[in-house]
Design a protein around this ligand. Sequence first.
Ligand code: PLP
Length: 400
Amino acid sequence: MPLLSDTLARVKPSPTVAVTQLAAELKAAGKDVIGLGAGEPDFDTPENIKAAAIAAIHAGKTKYTAPDGIIELKQAICAKFARENGLTYQPAQITISTGGKQVLYNAFMATLNPGDEVIIPAPYWVSYPDMVLLGQGTPVFIEGSPELGYKITPEQLDAAITPKTKWFLFNSPSNPTGAGYTRDELKALTDVLMRHPHVWVMTDDMYEHLAYDGFEFCTPAQVEPGLYERTLTCNGVSKAYAMTGWRIGYAGGPKVLIDAMRKIQSQSTNNPCSISQWAAVEALNGPQDFLAPNAEMFKRRRDLVVSALDAIEGIDCPVPEGAFYVYPSIAGLLGRTSAGGTLIDTDEAFAKALLEETGVAVVFGAAFGLSPNFRISYATSDAALTEACKRITAFCAGLT
Ligand code: PLP
């Protein structure tokens, strides 16, 4: 009998691993590598949040909690949804997990049967399709067009829905493009969903607070209250509060779904870390005044990167509304050869040659399901970004 499961065989190894591994090897060999791959803020968790965690330790809040989280955090989450999103949830409609990732995973595990389809706009965050596959579901992709900043249209969504569609997975602002849907654009999508009552909506609002130029963040159940009964509104403290390592994500949704997700979690990881939960209470209930300056800093970095990349002949870089990523197209560079002799026939070849020849580590677009592009995370210092853009410019100038 083989050791490994059939399910495992359905899951692809992460395509980002090759670049990340190569970057680590080059660094270890003493090469000057600038990593633009990491999807996390480069600043530390705010002091008041750390203090709340330390106080929780001293107060002995170090035991198991309810499997899906403490009531105090559920109440803070309900208050956050009401305050920021105009959504009314009761604590019994809230689930808390080990990062936003586990929230999504639990939801798929709790709802998918073999053959159930999940519509995923591409480019997508790398984990979405594989989580669906782990849940025995079938990912169905819709490609966003570069002209629309990689957003999908209502017509595309309508055409992708079949009787087997269980979920539409929505992510705005997006990883990897940074694209954010305006209220009107989202309303056009929710209008389609209102015509298909069997489709559930999973919205991943992880980058809510990272939106620029006055972009108004909105979420499906807020824009179309008629979807409230079949929407899972997912969020977390990782990105907005610089808490990636603390592992707290959460969601609000119909009780029947939340109960099912708790059942999955209670038989796998059980409660998320008790100390992190108390830190998250402080993150959501405490002062929010650092969010705006942080967003302003990211906007400045976005502008720095977009203007440098867009000036390169052969690269087209839309200006994203949010998150901390840009997703430039290299369509205009395909077929050329790098100074080091690599034929740039795919975005993977581009990213590999860029790393080997200049030390700049980016993630190639095929990893996110839409090519030929690459993703830069600009959650790093201005100096590193300026130097990286200089090297990318020189690399592209050297293509023949
Ligand atoms: N959703 C998106 C779109 C992300 O980019 C990420 C992390 O990169 C997550 C969810 C997961 O967040 P967490 O670190 O809280 O698990």
